[in-house]
Ligand binder design. Structure first.
Ligand code: SF4
Length: 379
C-alpha cells in the first residue's frame, strides 16, 4: 500500500510549538514552489523502482495546504496521475487550518478526487489556542467544519493536542465534547511535545511555561482513551482514533514502514531500503530542482537489522501490534529470538502481550501509557 506525500510549507504565522518545515510570509513563492514540485514529480518518475509501484494514497500536508490555490493542488494531482500508477479510488487527504478553509477551494478539490480532510483544530478553548500560538479561534473551527460538510467531503479528521500548559481533565473533556459534536470520522490526539528551537522551548528554558506533571498527563491520556471509546471512536494507533473503517490508510502505511515517496521542501521518502531526506532550506530546494536535480540532503541506507528494529518499534504503535509471521517473512529475522530477553522482561511486567494465536505482539494498556519507555528498549 505505497503512498505519496506532498509537503506544502507555507503558513500564516509560525505556531509556538511548531518544529515542522514551514515558513511565514513566503506565499509569494507559491507558483514557483508548485512549478518545482511538478518538476520533482517528473524527476522522481524516472526511478524504475517507483515506476513499478501502485500507489494507494496521496497526502497533502504542511505547513498549511489550505492557503494555496486549488489550481496548484489540481496540477500536482494531474501530474502524479500522468507519471505514476495510482490505484483506482485512492485515499487522497489534505490538511486544512480552520482560518483558511474556503468553500470554493473545497469544491474544486472534491472534483479533483480529494476525499479526506484533516483539520488542525488542536483545542477548543481560547486559552489553549493562545498558548499554542494558533491563529484561529474556536468559532473558526465550527465555521470551517460547516464549509467542509457543505462541500460533500464526509471523511473528516480533527487534529487535537493535549498536555497543554494548565490543562486539566475538565478542560480536555470540554474540548473532546466539542470535537465530537462536529461528527468527525477520525481524531488524531497527540501529546504536546516541546521541541528545541520552538518558541515554547524558549519559554520552557526561562521557566515561564508550566507543563502538566506526569500524573496529570497520565490522567489526561486515560480520559482521552476512555472518552473516545465510549463515543465509538476506536483507537487503532497510540495517538489515532476512528469510526471503524475510517482509519487513515496513508498513515497506516508509515506505521507498517512500507514504501512511500515524499515530495517537496523537507519531505522524507522511504523506498527500496533507503530513506531519503529532502533539503529543508526553501531556497536550496528551489535551486536544486531548478537545475533539474532532486533536492536530496541525505540518504540513509537501512541494513536488514536496522530496518527490522525500526519496523518493530514503529509497528508497536499500532494497537493490534506486530504480526510476527509477516516480520519473519519480510526480514528473515524471528522477533521472538531477536528480542528474547527484552520480550520476556516486558511480558513479565505486563507491558506487552502476545495474542492468543501466538502471532501478534502488542502493547498492553499499561504499556501504552509508558510507550516511550517500552519502545526505547527495542531501538
Ligand atoms: S499551522 Fe502547522 S505547520 Fe504551520 S506553523 Fe502551525 S503547527 Fe507549524
Amino acid at each position: 500500500m505505497p503512498g505519496i506525500y506532498i509537503h506544502i510549507p507555507f503558513c500564516k504565522k509560525k505556531c509556538l510549538y511548531c518544529s515542522f518545515v514551514s515558513f511565514e510570509r513566503k506565499l509569494d513563492l507559491e507558483d514557483k514552489y508548485f512549478a518545482a514540485l511538478l518538476k520533482e514529480i517528473d524527476i522522481a518518475s524516472n526511478d524504475q523502482y517507483l515506476k513499478n509501484l501502485t500507489f494507494d494514497t496521496i497526502y497533502f500536508g504542511g505547513g498549511t495546504p489550505s492557503l494555496v490555490k486549488a489550481r496548484n493542488i489540481a496540477l500536482c494531482l494531474k501530474r502524479l496521475r500522468e507519471k505514476f500508477t495510482i490505484k483506482k479510488q485512492p485515499e487522497i487527504s489534505i490538511e486544512l487550518n480552520p482560518e483558511s478553509v474556503r468553500e470554493e477551494f473545497l469544491k474544486k478539490l472534491k472534483n479533483e478526487g480529494i476525499n479526506r480532510v484533516s483539520l488542525g483544530a488542536q483545542d477548543f478553548t481560547e486559552r489553549g489556542l493562545k498558548t499554542l500560538g494558533r491563529v484561529h479561534s474556536k468559532d473558526d473551527i465550527h465555521v470551517a467544519v460547516k464549509k467542509i460538510k457543505k462541500s460533500g467531503i464526509e471523511n473528516l479528521s480533527l487534529d487535537l493536542i493535549f498536555g497543554i500548559p494548565g490543562q486539566n481533565r475538565k478542560w480536555l473533556l470540554k474540548s473532546l465534547d466539542e470535537a465530537i459534536s462536529l461528527g468527525p470520522k477520525h481524531l488524531s490526539c497527540y501529546e504536546l511535545t516541546i521541541e528545541e528551537g520552538t518558541e515554547l522551548h524558549k519559554l520552557k528554558k526561562t521557566k515561564s511555561l508550566k507543563l502538566p506533571d506526569e500524573e496529570t498527563l497520565l490522567e489526561l491520556t486515560v480520559t482521552l482513551e476512555e472518552y473516545l471509546e465510549e463515543k465509538g471512536l476506536f483507537q487503532y494507533e497510540i495517538s489515532n482514533f476512528s469510526v471503524p473503517g475510517y482509519e487513515c490508510k496513508h498513515n497506516i502505511n508509515y506505521w507498517l514502514v512500507k514504501d512511500y515517496l515524499g515530495l517537496g521542501c523537507g519531505a522524507v521518502s522511504y523506498f527500496n531500503g533507503k530513506r531519503r531526506f529532502n533539503e529543508k532550506n526553501l531556497k536550496k530546494y528551489l535551486n536544486a530542482i531548478g537545475k533539474g536535480q532532486l533536492a536530496l540532503k541525505k540518504i540513509e541506507i537501512l541494513d536488514r537489522e536496522k530496518a527490522f528494529r525500526e519496523a518493530f518499534v514503529i509497528g508497536l504503535r499500532l494497537i493490534k501490534g506486530i504480526d510476527t509471521t509477516s516480520f519473519k517473512r519480510r526480514f528473515s529475522i524471528d522477533p521472538f529470538q531477536f528480542y528474547k530477553s527484552e520480550l520476556s522482561n516486558m511480558l513479565k511486567k505486563g507491558l506487552l502481550v502476545i495474542d492468543q494465536d501466538g502471532k501478534n505482539i502488542r502493547l498492553t494498556k499499561r504499556g501504552r501509557y509508558i510507550s516511550n519507555y517500552v519502545l526505547s528498549l527495542f531501538v
